[in-house]
Ligand binder design. Structure first.
Ligand SMILES: [Zn+2]
Length: 463
């Protein structure tokens, strides 16, 4: 076939050893066993996935990325973090949840600025991308002003990551100790800000979730208003749920029901709902969430660091729930490294269930990719390597590493990969990171900004 007969597209990634962690996908490990593949991309989407010879015969592109020897995976979806916390690493460690919140997190609110949130978002997202993350949900509850939420979205957009802003809000702010900046907002103010954000970032990879902070920060009328707004504007909801027993204790005292019962009666579970943590889950809680197709963000490293426990991931998967992974903020997890979260999340579930089959490497990759995409409302957009989906993928290079020999790409990715193995990250067909370098932002300048900002904030930890 002559060049003239070829279709000109934007990008060809050729000769990759493909990995697609889903039985439902059109191309799978069977194809990997048969030989390398190439991917054709145009307008930010995957156009075709086939053998290198077939793609070379039918397509031509100004950018051809040689992925020889690399394992290609859908990018990871981090379904829960708080990017502002990258300014707060290491503060007040080794304390219980509420004591840590009061010592490390809440005192920071008064010192945060729009510039600080912008820089912190860039740092958290760079940390995430360098570990293979292409989509991130920032549960932005440090909403110091409506305008600051625009700065967070701008940072994600400038880096090139597919960003989901969880627009955090606190209706009534009360804390057992201390006198911190009051972040309380009326829900109508929040909803107005959400509509502005949706409008400003229309046509970009940035989307928006509603993110009421926690069950004890919002009234029943606030929950119902959130459900109504979600339904009217088709904007999903995410919320911290049952990280510890405190949520149920609060609901029993205040509302004479459990936390998940309150969510159900307020109508929130009738909306697309992403519940974060879900460590303390009864059989009734799991069944209720399953009836409403709730997605779960499992944050295994954060839950271990905070001593909160281990979420019953296997039981929730068996009940039909869509479980995804999240790192949680750098204040509790210290790192946004999704490879860490995938590996530790898989291992603790095997130990928790006393069953090596509780979570396989292949299932772990599904949780980190396609399940994650569904959880953040982007199941039809990203999360797998197939024609029509966004060209969001990661190339892992294990050449010369101790992961050799690689008999099983899934095992290599889950149990052995390090950041150094992340050779390149593409979002919407654009290379945003390769060999330690970010293509669209200046890492050194951002780290300088972070140093200056964190010095100005000072260490406010009580311990
Ligand atoms: Zn959180």
């Amino acid at each position: 076939m002559s060049i003239a007969m070829k279709r000109t597209i934007d990008l060809i990634v050729e000769n990759a050893a493909l990995i697609v962690p889903s039985d439902q996908q059109p191309v799978g490990l069977q194809e990997h066993a048969q030989g390398p593949v190439s991917i054709a991309c145009a307008n930010g989407l995957i156009v075709d996935v086939s053998t290198p010879a077939d793609i070379a015969a039918r397509f031509t592109a100004p950018i051809i990325h040689d992925a020889s020897g690399c394992i290609l995976s859908p990018g990871f979806v981090n379904t829960h973090t708080h990017t502002f916390q990258s300014l707060l690493k290491g503060l007040a460690k080794d304390l219980r949840l509420i004591d840590w919140l009061n010592s490390a997190i809440r005192p920071s609110f008064a010192k945060l600025t729009e510039e600080a949130l912008y820089a912190a978002t860039l740092l958290s997202c760079m940390d995430a991308v360098s570990s293979g993350t292409t989509t991130i949900l920032d549960y932005a509850y440090a909403s110091i002003s409506p305008q600051s939420m625009h700065a967070v979205c701008r940072a994600m957009n400038e880096l090139g990551i597919r960003g989901v802003l969880g627009r955090g809000y606190t209706e009534h702010f009360h804390s057992p100790v201390g006198s911190f900046m009051n972040l309380s907002e009326k829900v109508d103010t929040v909803f107005g800000n959400v509509l502005e954000l949706v409008q400003e970032f229309e046509g970009t990879p940035i989307t928006v979730f509603l993110a009421p902070t926690a069950i004890h920060n919002i009234s029943v009328s606030g929950l119902k208003a959130t459900a109504d707004f979600s339904s009217k504007h088709n904007i999903p909801v995410t919320m911290h749920i049952n990280e510890t027993t405190l949520d149920d204790e609060y609901c029993r005292n205040q509302h004479n029901c459990t936390c998940t019962e309150l969510l159900e009666t307020s109508g929130l579970l009738d909306q697309p709902f992403l519940a974060v943590h879900c460590v303390e889950m009864s059989g009734a809680d799991i069944a209720r969430f399953a009836r409403h197709n709730v997605s779960i963000s499992n944050n295994p490293v954060s839950n271990l660091i905070m001593g909160s426990g281990i979420a019953p991931v296997r039981r929730m998967l068996d009940a039909g729930l869509n479980v995804a992974f999240g790192t949680d903020g750098a204040g509790s997890n210290d790192t946004q490294n999704m490879l860490d979260t995938i590996r530790i999340g898989t291992l603790v579930q095997k130990g928790f269930c006393k069953d090596p089959m509780a979570l396989s490497a292949r299932q772990a990759l599904e949780i980190a990719t396609s399940n994650g995409a569904r959880a953040v409302g982007l199941g039809s957009v990203t999360g797998s390597i197939e024609a029509g989906k966004a060209a969001d993928f990661v190339l892992f290079d294990f050449d010369g590493s101790y992961a050799q020999p690689i008999h099983d790409p899934c095992s290599a990715l889950v149990y052995q990969s390090e950041r150094d193995n992340v050779a390149a990250v593409f979002v919407a067909g654009e290379k945003i990171f390769a060999n330690g370098t970010f293509m669209k932002v200046d890492k050194d300048a951002i780290l300088d900004d972070i140093g200056r900002i964190s010095q100005a904030m000072g260490s406010h930890a009580a311990v």
